[in-house]
Structures are given as C-alpha cells and as structure tokens.
Write a protein that binds this ligand. Structure first.
Ligand SMILES: [Ca+2]
Ligand SMILES: [Ca+2]
Length: 272
C-alpha cells in the first residue's frame, strides 16, 4: 500500500470504529459513563482518527490536526440547508432545529429569508477572509448554524467580545458597535467553531489562512477576535451533549471530519 493510500485509508478506519460505537455494536461503555457519550467512542477516535496528533503540542499539534481534518467531503451551499436540519435537530422535537443565539426551537421547514424564519449563520463571518458561499469555508457546516434572520443580521460580521446591549429577540446575547457576545450556553460552542476554522484553513488551498487575533473591527481581514475572550469562553462552557452529537453527525453523515476542540477541549490551550 502506498503512503498516499495509507493516508486516505486511516479516516475510513476511524469512521468504521466510530460507527460501531454509535450503533452499539462495539464494547459496552462503563456504567459510570453518561449515556450520551460512550467512553469507547473517544478511545476509538484517539486510536484511529487522532493517532497522528496525540502527544503533540503548539504548532506541531496544529499542523497534525490540519492534515487530519482537511480530509473531508465538501458540501454545496444548497446542501447546507438539509445538513443543518440534521446536525441542529431539537432533541425534544425531531421536526425542529435549535437556533444558535436565540435558543429557539423552530420548524425545520421554516427556513428562508423572511422575518422570523431561520437562515444559515456563518459563525466565522464570511467577510473575514472574503470566502463567500462557494464550496469551502463558506459551506463548512462545522461553523454554520441555524439562526433567526434578524438576529443573524444583528450579529453581522462583528468579532466576538463581552459587552453591549441585550438583544430583545435573543435574551442573553449582547452587542455593541464592534462586537457580539452570545448567550452563555453557546459561548464555548462559538469559540470551538472559530478555532476549528483557524486550524482547517491554512491558506494552502484557494482560500485565505484564517486565524484568530485579539482585536475587534477586523473587517475583511482573514482574522477573528478576540482570542483571549474565546479561550475563556471555551473553558467556561465545555462541550455538552448537543455539541458532541452535532460533531458526530457531521462526521458520520456529511463531511466525515471532526472538530478536534469538541473531542479534546484541552487542545485549545495546547495551541493558543
Ligand atoms: Ca455550550
Ligand atoms: Ca489558519
């Protein structure tokens, strides 16, 4: 088997192992493990998907993760609609999705561009690096989430930071002239999505090298702030069942790559 062939075979093995765990055909999880997350899944991923990243730190870890997560299936922008209906499904109502900032449960079929419908929020604002909605970072569902049309507009392309006035339609979210603060329950989700994008997009394709920095007002630069705040949010809001399930659904059904910071939140501090 050629080296190239080995490279492409590895994620398939990881997928098979994870499928076995999710399907309940792998060894049973220990009794003290929460039912939403068999410990065997994390172990299977470390032995397969993350094999080349384990034990590394800093730029070496970032480079290893970039290689691992860049092996993916890419969606068109129109395919994103159906993907989000699966990844962001309300666990209490399979006809609905949960909107990222508002937290509202809303019919999957109530998507579009009219008032109070939901549309496709780019958590890494697409103007930051000007990648638009061509297949690539603009259609990468690891950072695309359902959101109310006008709340999506209120966030706009602002960087993330604490502070501002509360949004009437999205309690717990705040904004001012140059930044947006999401509600507490998704602060960590936002941070891990931004940092996923920074590792996934390194400028070695036809798109910009996306990187976090510690500023606001980044405009069209391929940067997103503020890094110090995002790191704090990632610690304060660790991955929950909804975020972990979302990562699994993207891996199993759509892109076949993972957000490493949901599986290993400690890698945020190991890189930044
Ligand atoms: Ca969360
Ligand atoms: Ca990057």
């Amino acid at each position: 088997m050629s080296r190239r062939h080995q490279f492409y075979a590895r994620p398939l093995l990881a997928t098979a192992a994870a499928v076995a765990v999710l399907a309940g055909t792998a060894a049973a999880a220990p009794a003290d493990t929460p039912p939403d997350r068999p410990a065997t899944l994390a172990a299977a991923l470390d032995d397969t998907y993350y094999q080349d990243a384990l034990g590394k730190t800093g730029t070496e870890l970032k480079a290893a993760l970039h290689t691992i997560i860049s092996d993916q299936t890419k969606l068109s922008y129109s395919q994103v609609w159906d993907a989000l209906k699966a990844t962001d499904e309300d666990p209490a109502n399979s006809s609905n999705v949960i909107l990222l900032y508002t937290g509202r449960s809303q019919s999957k079929n109530d998507n579009g561009g009219n008032a109070d419908q939901w549309n496709r929020e780019h958590v890494w604002a697409k103007s930051h690096g000007d990648f638009g909605t061509a297949t690539g970072p603009g259609t990468d569902i690891h950072h695309l989430r359902p959101e109310d049309v006008s709340v999506n507009s209120a966030r706009g392309n602002k960087d993330f930071d604490n502070g501002g006035s509360q949004l009437g339609e999205a309690p717990g979210n705040y904004t001012d002239g140059d930044s947006f603060e999401p509600r507490d329950a998704v602060k960590g989700d936002v941070a891990r999505m931004i940092l996923y994008m920074a590792v996934r997009y390194e400028g070695n394709d036809s798109f910009a090298d996306l990187e976090p920095n510690d500023q606001v007002n980044n405009g069209s630069a391929p940067k997103m702030g503020k890094l110090s705040v995002l790191k704090q949010w990632s610690q304060e809001d660790p991955p929950d069942a909804f975020e972990k399930r979302r990562n699994d659904v993207i891996f199993e059904q759509f892109q076949h790559n993972r957000n490493p910071f949901i599986d290993h939140p400690e890698w945020v501090g190991a890189i930044w």
